[in-house]
Design a protein. Structure first.
Length: 551
């Protein structure tokens, strides 16, 4: 069994946003995050994630809980299985009671191999000389943990000395297997350890310094290594990305290392030719601006085109920078052109504009039929975008095709549809009473502060005083059921609700609630046929007069 203390430590170190972003696209929304709820047929982002409270809540289906609960429900796991899955995703080693053997963590295999490769590097003069020739110094070698994988036997001996079973090593990709048996995945190559965004070592990249036809290789696809989800260097760039609100995405390991050397600490690299859909949750988390900096060759241009399409269709803002003359970012840094690079990163072509211009380059726009086909392809793209974004490209398309702007509508929605929706929104946006700020402020105050709750109870205010949030009042008084827990999560996530911390202000709020209650009661009595209403109205009149004096 897993020790309870170990589970609590896991809860303390787990980032719920990281966990949920492994499964669905997550996007920052104020101080919290939002995503489409995977537990019902959700068309809009109904689920809110609170990093400060470490829980999630769906405002539609009321699903909610902590990271372990999310994994349990999403993957249909038992509680212990979900705990182990969260620990794996969080790079956390659980401890077990003595009646169950402690599991061997895959990460130890990779970490030990990484230590071996790093120790090898400075013994291999050709590898060191190659890195120095590319402008990489010892500090960068240390920061990025570069190493050298020697012959296969060395890696195999390491695994044997660590009592690692061959199948365990195979599962994490440090070895491969053929008809002759097991052999090391990396031999005679400079190694680049690859980490997840949560700093978990999951694999390696390897570069030959000989004439091997495969210049670069990566760890084989496995349960822990998925190159279509990973971005090289992200774990080192994460703080800078959050600070600058920008991420620079390049093609190669050396590009990332040299850009970091030049001060561009927000640089990362894809492990393939372009971004994939699996990268999107990571890029949407913090509403960052993406700068694609790919090589100017055919492969680089094609990667930029595919990545631009993917990013814009997922509502991600950014730009494209293409370095001409066959240069890459590493070459530019090595050549001392850091200021020029900075200018490029700040003046790239906006993603949608780049994509549309690339479409136009594929047609002879002097020919009417070609022009129409070009417009058809552009429309097929822009109609996948939101209306405002799509129609912002009208001047560009008008210029490229030489057609009147007034003849273009690049959005899938007609202008009349957009106008109608806007009108309906304006007419209805203030109708709902689901967020009565007075009631919510009082309820949030007593929910978060025991002293406020004690004072509230002394004031003899009951559920009848609440018009719009009676169920929430009941949930605070008796928060036992799952339904009540859902209501309390919603209260915590409601940015419109604020807790009152000063006693005099809290009493003022309670008196306002009383005044509203008695004024409504006064109105109801006047319209009733109650024989004793005159006597009751006189009492209520005195209460109202007293409460008005308190304001």
């Amino acid at each position: 069994m897993i020790e309870e203390e170990s589970i609590q430590k896991l809860r303390d170190v787990t980032d719920i946003v990281d966990i949920i972003s492994h499964y669905v696209d997550v996007k920052k929304a104020g101080s919290s995050y939002k995503c489409v709820c995977p537990f019902h047929d959700d068309k809009n982002p109904s689920m809110s994630i609170s990093p400060s409270k470490q829980f999630y809540h769906c405002f539609a289906c009321k699903a909610g809980g902590d990271a372990i609960k999310f994994v349990m429900d999403f993957e249909k796991l038992s509680y212990p299985e979900a705990v182990e899955k969260v620990a794996q995703l969080s790079n956390f080693t659980l401890t077990y009671t003595q009646d169950a053997p402690q599991k061997k963590e895959n990460k130890h295999i990779l970490e030990n191999a990484n230590a071996l490769y790093r120790a090898n590097l400075f013994r291999q003069k050709d590898a060191i000389n190659y890195l120095y020739s590319r402008g990489i110094n010892d500090a960068m070698i240390e920061k990025f943990e570069l190493g050298w994988a020697d012959d296969s036997n060395q890696t195999i001996r390491l695994l044997e000395n660590d009592a690692i079973e061959p199948n365990e090593a195979l599962q994490v990709g440090i070895v491969k297997q053929n008809e002759k048996g097991f052999y090391a995945s990396f031999t005679y190559r400079i190694t680049f350890p690859i980490y997840t965004h949560t700093a978990r070592l999951v694999g390696f990249g390897g570069r030959t310094i000989s004439n091997h036809p495969a210049k670069y290789i990566n760890s084989p696809q496995s349960n822990i290594f998925d190159k279509s989800r990973l971005l090289y260097g992200y774990h080192l760039a994460r703080k800078s990305i959050s600070k600058t609100r920008q991420i620079i995405i390049t093609e190669g390991y050396l590009d990332v290392i040299m850009l970091h050397f030049a001060g561009f600490d927000n640089a990362v690299a894809v492990l393939g030719t372009a971004l994939t859909q699996k990268h999107i949750p990571l890029l949407k988390r913090d509403d960052i601006n993406v700068v694609l900096c790919f090589d100017g060759d055919t492969a680089g241009i094609n990667a930029a085109v595919r990545s631009s399409l993917l990013l814009t269709q997922n509502d991600i803002d950014g730009s494209v920078v293409i370095i001409e003359d066959g240069k890459d970012p590493a070459d530019m840094v090595f050549g001392g052109k850091i200021s020029y690079l900075k200018e490029l990163f700040n003046s790239g072509t906006e993603l949608g504009e780049f994509y549309i211009r690339q479409i136009a380059k594929g047609y002879d726009l002097s020919r009417p039929m070609q022009k129409q086909r070009c417009l058809d392809e552009i429309l097929a793209y822009t109609k996948t975008l939101k209306a405002i974004v799509a129609n912002s490209y009208i001047p560009l398309v008008s210029h490229l095709l030489g057609v009147d702007e007034n003849s273009l509508n690049l959005s899938s929605a007609s202008p009349k549809d957009t106008e109608f929706r806007t009108k309906i929104y304006k007419e209805n946006k203030n109708v709902s009473k689901k967020n009565d700020l007075l009631e919510l402020a009082i309820l949030k105050s007593i929910f978060e502060n025991k002293d406020m709750m004690d004072f509230f109870k002394s004031q003899r205010i009951n559920r009848n005083f609440f018009n719009y949030h009676v169920e929430l009042f009941d949930a605070i008084v008796s928060p036992a059921s799952e339904q009540n827990a859902a209501l309390l999560r919603e209260l915590e996530l409601n940015n419109k609700a604020f807790a009152i911390t000063q006693n005099d202000k809290f009493l003022e709020a309670l008196n306002k609630l009383r005044l509203r209650f008695y004024m409504q009661k006064q109105k109801q009595l006047r319209q009733s046929n109650d024989e004793n209403k005159l006597e009751q109205l006189e009492k209520i009149k005195k209460i109202i007069a007293f409460l008005k004096q308190k304001r």
